[in-house]
Every structure is written in structure tokens, then in C-alpha cells.
Design a protein around this ligand. Sequence first.
Ligand code: 5GP
Length: 210
Amino acid sequence: MNHQGILVVVSGFSGAGKGTLMKELLKRYDNYALSISATTRAPREGETDGKEYFFVTKEQFEKMRDERKLVEYAQYVNNYYGTPKEYVEQKMAEGKDVILEIEIQGALKVKEKYPDALMLFLVPPDAQTLKERLVGRGTETADVIHDRLERAAQEAQEMGSYEYIIVNDDLDTCVKQVHELIQSAHCKKSHNTAFIKELQQDMNCFLKGE
Ligand code: 5GP
């Protein structure tokens, strides 16, 4: 089978539980690499540069963008966010499945560049749960929470661009579901073109007794 890793895009409303899902996936399975984005947003309490994000200035971000060092980028609630290219390509070549936890505009650009990317969209069971999670997190002001809920409502209109919608009601079920989807994606024909050719040749040689 192919040894190149696959690209997995995980999007979802702010507060849908993407961060927790990522942490669990990385803890339980060892074939995943999580891409660390660059952002102009200020670090939240407890966030470290180079761990959750690379925290950069607007000028630094624009330089990365202009030098084509980003796979994609987008503006989200007054800040820039982007995926550094080098890490993604290196880890996929090493055979790791690379997960991008990004918003919808960037996700659509990734799908254009990498049509085989697996597109997952994470949602809460309902709107009330989403609001409770955002408020309960205690990391954003009421204004920012309002902006994020507004953005979520917009994103809900565009969810149809994703292949799979995952409801994050029970975390354990959700982690297993996502893991299984990624594993199944490895069996897709488009991820195995080199292997298919190799096997066809092997079968022919075998029949000829070579
Ligand atoms: P937060 O500020 O809550 O960490 O992230 C805000 C939004 O930006 C989330 O929806 C998150 O998925 C998205 N995001 C994080 N990194 C990137 C990135 O590199 N590119 C894009 N397009 N969105 C990102």
C-alpha cells in the first residue's frame, strides 16, 4: 500500500470541540501529525508560541504569505491564520497523516490544491451547547463570543462542502469515528495509484513465471 501520508482537514464552529478532539487523537494513535498554524491573534492564557500556534505580527504573516510559505491562509474575526507548507509536505512524505485544524475558507483552498484531502466538519449537537461551551471556556469576551457565533451561523450554510459531518456529543465516540474515517481513506483508489500499478505488474510477471 502507499506510504505517503494523507491530508485530513478538520473544520467546525468555534467551540465545537476541535482542540479536544485533536489532543485525544494524538494521544491515542501515533500516526498523526498536527500542523501548527501561524496566526496574528494574541496568545490566550496557557498558550505557548510554537505549540498551539506560531504567534506572529501582521508584517511577519504577510511576509510568509508573499514568499509562498503557506499552503493556505484566511482572515477569521479580525486576525490572519495560515498553514506553513514545509511541515505539511515533510510529514506527509514521512508517511504521517497530517491534520489541519482550520476554518472553512482555508479548507476550501486546501481541497483545490489537494483534491484527495479528507474533509471533516465537526459540529455540536445543537446551538445551545455551542454557546455554553464558548462561554464556559472563559477565554473570550462577550463581544468575541458574539462574533464567533455569528461566524458559526455563516459557516453552517457552507457545511455542505465537506464529505463528513461529525457530531461531537460524546468525545470518545467522536475520536473513534474520526480515526476510522482516516484509516478507511487510506484504502481509497486515489491514494494507492502507485501500489495498484506495482501489483498489476507483479501479477503479470507471476503469470509469465518470471
Ligand atoms: P482560534 O482563534 O479559536 O484558535 O481559531 C479560530 C479559527 O481559526 C478556528 O476555526 C480554527 O480552526 C481556524 N484556524 C486555525 N489555524 C488556521 C489556519 O492555519 N488556517 C485557517 N484557514 N484557519 C485556521
